[in-house]
Design a protein around this ligand. Structure first.
Ligand code: ADP
Length: 218
C-alpha cells in the first residue's frame, strides 16, 4: 500500500521534503498558511492546501488523522510549530516528525509527543565542522551522543596494510564495516584485505575511539 504523507510548512526544509516524497511517488498533501507557497506546490504535491494548522477544526476537516505520517516543517514561528504538533497528536495522528529551531524547542516538541524531532541546521553544522576540523573525515552520521559512523580517507599511514596488520578492532575498539574504492564498495571486508591509498573506510564505533584512531593516522 502506498503511504500517505502530510507536509506542513513549505519553506526551504518542508518544500524540499515535499519535492523528494513526490519524486519518490508518494502521496503528499502540502499545507501552508501562505497562499503563494501553496500555489508553488500545486503541481508537485498530490494536494496543496492553504490552511492554518494551529486550528484543530481545520485539521479535522482535512481528515489529517488518516494519514500515515505528518511532517511539521514550520520554521521560525515556534509557537505555531508547537501548537500544530500538539493538535496533531490530539486528533490522533500516529507519526509526527517535527523540525526544531533550537534545543528548547526540541525539548518541548518531545514533551508534547512528537514521535521524531529533527534539527537539520544543527546536525548539518556539526557534520560540516567535523569535516573541516579533520583532514581525513569526509562525512559522519551521529548514532547517539557517543557513537557515530564516519567516513575516513585512507592516507599513506594506512595504505598497504591489511585489516589484520592494522588490528583496528582490538587496538581501537572500532569496526570497519565497508570500504569504498572508486565505484566499488566492499561490504564487511575480509581481514586479509589490503587498504589502498584514498580508499574510504566506513568506520563505526564510540566517538572517542574513532577520534583516537583518526589522530593516530596523522
Ligand atoms: P525554512 O527555514 O524551512 O525555510 P520557513 O520559516 O521559511 O522555514 O517556512 C515555514 C513555513 O511554515 C512558511 O511557509 C509559513 O508560511 C508556514 N507556516 C507558519 N505557520 C503556519 C501555520 N500556522 N499553518 C501553516 N503553515 C504555517
Amino acid at each position: 500500500m502506498k503511504k500517505e504523507f502530510v507536509v506542513i510548512g513549505l519553506g526551504r526544509f518542508g518544500g524540499s521534503i515535499c519535492r523528494e516524497l513526490s519524486e519518490q511517488g508518494m502521496e503528499v498533501m502540502a499545507i501552508d498558511i501562505d497562499e503563494d507557497r501553496v500555489n508553488e506546490f500545486a503541481s508537485i504535491a498530490s494536494h496543496a492546501v492553504v490552511a492554518d494548522t494551529t486550528d484543530e477544526s481545520v485539521l479535522k476537516s482535512l481528515g489529517i488523522r488518516n494519514f500515515d505520517h505528518v511532517i511539521v516543517a514550520i520554521g521560525d514561528d515556534i509557537q505555531s510549530s508547537i501548537l500544530t504538533t500538539l493538535m496533531l497528536k490530539e486528533v490522533g495522528v500516529k507519526k509526527v516528525t517535527a523540525k526544531a529551531q533550537n534545543d528548547y524547542h526540541e525539548k518541548v516538541l518531545i514533551k508534547i509527543g512528537a514521535d521524531q524531532v529533527v534539527h537539520p541546521e544543527r546536525d548539518m553544522g556539526r557534520r560540516i565542522a567535523n569535516n573541516i576540523v579533520s583532514n581525513n573525515v569526509l562525512d559522519y552520521l551521529e548514532l547517539s551522543d557517543e557513537h557515530s559512523i564516519v567516513e575516513i580517507v585512507a592516507n599513506e599511514s594506512l595504505a598497504g596494510n591489511t585489516l589484520i596488520d592494522l588490528d583496528i578492532r582490538a587496538r581501537y575498539g572500532i569496526n570497519i564495516v565497508a570500504i569504498k574504492r572508486g565505484k566499488e564498495i566492499l561490504v564487511s571486508p575480509q581481514a586479509a584485505e589490503p587498504i589502498l591509498l584514498k580508499d574510504i573506510l566506513i568506520v563505526i564505533g564510540a566517538d572517542k575511539d574513532i577520534d583516537r584512531f583518526e589522530k593516530k593516522m596523522n
